[in-house]
Structures are given as C-alpha cells and as structure tokens.
Design a protein around this ligand. Structure first.
Ligand SMILES: [Mg+2]
Length: 265
C-alpha cells in the first residue's frame, strides 16, 4: 500500500495528533496537504506526542505496542461505539427495504496496527522493509476493529476489505487477520487487493494489464462502485485511517480512524 504519495506524518500531520474525526461527510475534512508557510511543529516534540497518543511501550520482545488505555484507544472506542449503533440501524433499514447491506474495511492501520514499523523506521516508508514487516503476519489488531468486523457480520451485513496491499501480500494479510480475530470473509471475493499485473475490468479507466495509473481514491472508490453497482450491495459504512480510503463516494457513511504516523494521498 503506502507507496504512492506517502508522506511521513512527521512532515504532515502535526495537527492531527490526539484528534479523531468520524461520521458522515468527514472524509474530506482535516489536513490533506502539507503546505504550511510557518515554522512546522518541532519534530522531536511531535514524536513524543505520537508516543503519548498511542501510549507506546516496548514489550518483552522489543516490539512497540499501543496501550489499551491510551488516548488512541479511547478515540477508537468512541468511534466503534457510534459505528455499532449506526450499523445496527442501517442493517435493519436495509433488510427491511430488501437491500443487501455491506461494510468496507481498509486493512493497514484500520485492522492491523503498523505502529512498531513506523516507530522503528522513524515514520518513513521503504518498500523492502515494509514488505518484510507485512509478510511476518504478526501485526497486532487495531483496538476494537476485529470486534467491529464480527459485529457487522452478526447483523447480517456483508464484510468486504479494500486494501492497497498487493496480491503478493494476500496470504500474509489473511493469516494476520485470522490471528487478530477478524476471521470473516477472508476470501478473494471479499478481500480486494491491488493487482497491478492483471487489474480488474472495472478499473479500466486507470488500469490495464501492465499500466497502472490509478490514484488511491480511484482504486478504492472504483472498487466500492463495483461492489455496489455490479455486485448489488449497499455499502452502509466505510472504515479507513486515510482520507484517501474514504473519498470518492459509494458509501453511505465514512469513519476516519486516527493515524498520525503517515499520510497516503
Ligand atoms: Mg490504512
């Protein structure tokens, strides 16, 4: 995922630390570019702020973990509580109307937390180290997200995944999601990953075999359009940690999970 236009949070996201936006229409709010003309927030203090926000501690194996009583965890708990209420209502309405309700989840830092990677590599991205990290399939879950996946399923809502991870990372993604308890619809009909070599026909406006020019928003919203228009589902809620997960329509409501550690445009 992270590859195109990924900007380290350290350069871009000072305003977000400690904040969480969620709810309908929030997807385009907040910072979307790094265009500050005044002196940016001090990088050393920002790193400390991020550690405080996650309640970051190294475990016995030296792996950085977020704390379950951190401001990050509390923001997620508020978001999850609101989302459950909404999903319950939206599912009932959809079933009443004879619609097929669905929810969409991004994977990286929406379901699987990459805090250890980000802190270890100073919030910068490298394709090789990132691939190694993903392939270990040992990321912890984002607090509450696996429970939310299972809650949606329990309400008769079809769970889909929409990720910038590549087809080559599918096995590791499935293994890791099982490990955190998000063991719902982890098949290729429900988990949409980036297939640059053989892109699906519904992305033909920006991708043909061997030529991929889709932005994250084009890729992700194009996938949601396919699920709604071709597969006949009504996506009632879409969950992501980046605005580019949420922009572009084809979801009744968007939920922006907090992530002050990097920015994907
Ligand atoms: Mg993500």
């Amino acid at each position: 995922m992270h590859k195109p236009l990924r900007i380290a949070a350290i350069a871009a996201a000072c305003a977000l630390t400690g904040g969480v936006l969620y709810g309908a229409g929030a997807a385009t709010a907040g910072q979307s570019t790094a265009n500050s003309t005044h002196e940016p927030y001090n990088i050393g203090l920002l790193v400390k702020d991020i550690d405080t926000y996650y309640g970051t501690t190294a475990d016995a194996n030296g792996v950085y973990q977020a704390s379950s009583d951190s401001p990050y965890a509390k923001d997620l708990a508020r978001l999850d509580s609101a989302a459950r209420k909404y999903i319950n209502q939206a599912a009932r309405k959809a079933h009443h109307r004879g619609e097929k309700p669905a929810v969409m989840f991004d994977i990286d830092d929406t379901l699987l937390l990459s805090l250890d990677y980000e802190k270890r590599y100073n919030y910068t991205y490298n394709g090789t180290t990132w691939a190694d990290y993903v392939n270990k399939a040992d990321r912890p879950g984002v607090f509450g997200s696996a429970e939310l996946v299972r809650y949606a399923e329990s309400k008769g809502v079809e769970v889909f995944y929409n990720s910038g991870l590549s087809e080559a990372q599918r096995t590791a993604a499935v293994e890791n999601l099982k490990k955190i308890g998000a063991d719902v619809n982890l098949d290729a009909d429900h988990m949409f990953l980036k297939d640059k070599a053989n892109p699906p026909a519904y992305l033909s406006a920006c991708a043909t075999p061997g030529t991929w020019t889709c932005t994250t928003v084009q890729y992700k919203s194009g996938t949601r359009k396919h699920i709604e228009d071709d597969l006949g589902y009504e996506i009632v809620a879409n969950f992501g940690d980046q605005y580019s997960d949420l922009d572009g329509g084809y979801a009744d409501r968007t939920y922006k999970l907090p992530n002050p550690t990097y920015f994907v445009g």
